[in-house]
Ligand binder design. Structure first.
Ligand code: ATP
Ligand code: MG
Length: 128
């Protein structure tokens, strides 16, 4: 699996190559987050950014990673054009894959379409 920090470095390069500005809204000082959770977040981030590059036509992509006492929340927001009728969860594709991986760790995926696309992934903590 990939550590989240490494994936953040990679998506920065991908966005730069696509001439999409990158913005980090919160520093991911993840404390006590399991490797599995990090792997899932890395995979979601990778696919979300692939989609931003492929589909959004955005000029800006911002990433927010927050940690509360009960969950880790990652948001990937772009300022592109999103058409609700195009967002489909077909088997074997990116969005469906994200949803399945999140469900595996009891997480949830939410997509909000307002001034672009915002993907919100939440994963509860397993307190050890
Ligand atoms: P794959 O991920 O398998 O290569 P895909 O990217 O088309 O194919 P999904 O990742 O499941 O499939 O996305 C489904 C559809 O949702 C996309 O084809 C696109 O129309 C739309 N979509 C997803 N993310 C965005 C985005 N950030 N902006 C605009 N449209 C999006
Ligand atoms: Mg995709």
């Amino acid at each position: 699996g990939t550590r989240l920090e490494d994936e953040i470095l990679r998506i920065k390069q991908i966005l730069k190559a696509a001439q999409i500005e990158y913005e980090m809204k919160d520093t991911p000082m993840l404390a006590g987050v399991s490797l599995l959770t990090e792997n899932v977040l890395s995979m979601i981030l990778k696919e979300a950014v692939n989609n931003v590059v492929k589909h959004s036509g955005a000029t800006l992509c911002s990433l927010t990673i927050k940690q509360t006492e009960t969950e880790v929340i990652m948001e990937v927001q772009d300022n592109g054009t999103s058409r609700p009728e195009q967002l489909n969860f077909r088997q074997g594709h990116g969005l469906q894959g994200m949803k399945e991986r999140l469900e595996f760790v009891n997480g949830t995926l939410e997509i909000s379409l307002r001034e672009g696309t915002k993907l919100i992934a939440r994963i509860p903590h397993i307190v050890k």
